[in-house]
Ligand binder design. Structure first.
Ligand SMILES: *Cc1c(COP(=O)(O)O)cnc(C)c1O
Length: 394
């Protein structure tokens, strides 16, 4: 590790296709705002990629989630179920509507929300005649698909809508069982994606809601444009939002979407290299279930203790390598300190031991090798692991 090399970012945009050409088209045609041909082109191509009938482009992933929650009827005097181990926007989208959030522990197998806890609680409530949640939010954290089959059963049995937060998991899919071949985001009533700069593909900032339900798609589209009725008059039938994506952002999005298979393939090979390089270390590799394919958004491993985690993050950062701890579980954070929580110890453990490593599609092989050496060096000093530079197999 030398300080002279350029810092290695955690995840940054990788602009490698028609981005400039499409942006030039926007500027030359004067379509730079929320009206323009790229918005519709991007929506159509995105729906096709994910495998849904409809897609509505939004100003951010958070805006997409907010509209999805309203569209399925989440609001005051209700509560939504969400994982405690996720980025805070997942839960905020429920709170924006006036609903409360019930947080749920993570499971070991995928690090996502434990569906068994949700099932047990919903069944208990149904038996007791207590109110059921107005939404179950399935978040696919770090790119790994959540176990959703149990949640789908609850939807069918009790009519509880499912909103997927697939912000980190674009391109991830199920491989076996009844959902085989289906992509995350296309499973629930509505699925939401983010195109923030750190996500697998970016529009600078943006998001998308996808669904197979025409009425839900129209509701989201309507609310995203101030709930304004067609025609020249300023007639509105609801309190809407200014959440539409601009044509400029959509132009970037379409160019990035064309590159998405390449971006995903690169992230998958980065993850495979990390896996191979860390196989002999006292760490736990990220979840890989045999019935799902991860999008490998952010490569995260578990070290032995919170102390090792802090040391690793600190020392990698000093070496110019942008490593990060996982998110503190939401039930430990100020806005959700009083939210009800089911379990929570697994999320606490994953958060205490989790370290995320540089995973952007633009990461070079030599930057990855530097990161691997850095990780080995830290573990060598804290855990007596053989040191030395990592040699790629083959
Ligand atoms: C990034 C992210 C969001 C929010 O997306 P933005 O586009 O940044 O608003 C929501 N949920 C999860 C899990 C995310 O990682």
């Amino acid at each position: 590790m030398t300080g002279r090399d350029r810092p290695i970012p955690l995840a940054t945009p990788h602009l490698c296709g028609n981005e400039l050409a499409y942006l030039t088209e926007c500027i030359e045609s004067n379509y730079v705002s929320s009206i323009g041909p790229f918005v519709e082109r991007f929506e159509r191509a995105f729906a096709k990629f994910v495998g849904t009938k409809h897609a509505v482009a939004c100003a951010s992933g958070t805006a997409a989630l907010h509209l999805a929650m309203i569209a399925v009827g989440v609001g005051p005097n209700s509560y939504g179920v969400a994982p405690t181990l996720t980025f805070i926007a997942s839960a905020n989208a429920i709170r924006y509507t006036g609903a409360e959030v019930m947080l749920v522990d993570a499971e070991r197998r995928t690090w996502n929300m434990d569906p068994g806890l949700v099932e047990a609680d919903v069944k208990r409530r149904a038996r007791a005649g207590h109110p059921l949640p107005s939404v179950i939010e399935a978040v696919h954290i770090l790119g790994h698909p959540a176990q959703v089959e149990v949640l789908l059963t609850l939807r069918d049995k009790y009519g509880i809508p499912i909103v997927e937060d697939a912000a980190e998991a674009l391109g991830a899919r199920y491989a076996t069982g009844p959902l085989a071949g289906r992509q995350v985001g296309a499973i629930g009533d509505l699925g939401c994606f983010s195109f923030n700069g750190n996500k697998t593909m970016t529009t600078g900032g943006g998001g998308m809601v996808v669904t197979n339900d025409w009425h839900l798609a129209e509701r989201v589209r309507h609310l995203s444009t101030q709930a304004r009725l067609p025609g020249v008059a300023y007639d509105h039938d609801a309190v809407g939002f200014n959440y539409r994506l601009t044509n400029i952002a959509a132009a970037l999005g379409l160019a990035q979407l064309e590159q998405l298979p390449r971006l995903l393939a690169r992230k998958s090979s980065l993850a495979a290299r990390y896996d191979a390089a860390f196989g002999d270390l006292p760490v736990e590799l990220p979840p890989r279930s045999s019935d799902a394919v991860s999008s490998h958004w952010l490569y995260s491993l578990l070290v032995d203790t919170a102390h090792t985690r802090d040391e690793m993050v600190r020392r990698l950062n000093v070496a110019g390598i942008e490593a990060r701890p996982l998110w503190p579980p939401l039930h430990t954070q100020q806005p959700y300190r009083h939210a009800p929580i089911m379990g929570g110890l697994t999320a606490m453990e994953l958060a205490a031991r989790g370290v995320s490593l540089p995973s952007g599609a633009g990461l070079t092989n030599s930057e990855q090798a530097r990161t691997i050496d850095g990780v080995r060096e830290v573990l060598c000093e804290t855990r007596y692991v053989p040191s030395g530079p990592f040699v790629y197999p083959g």
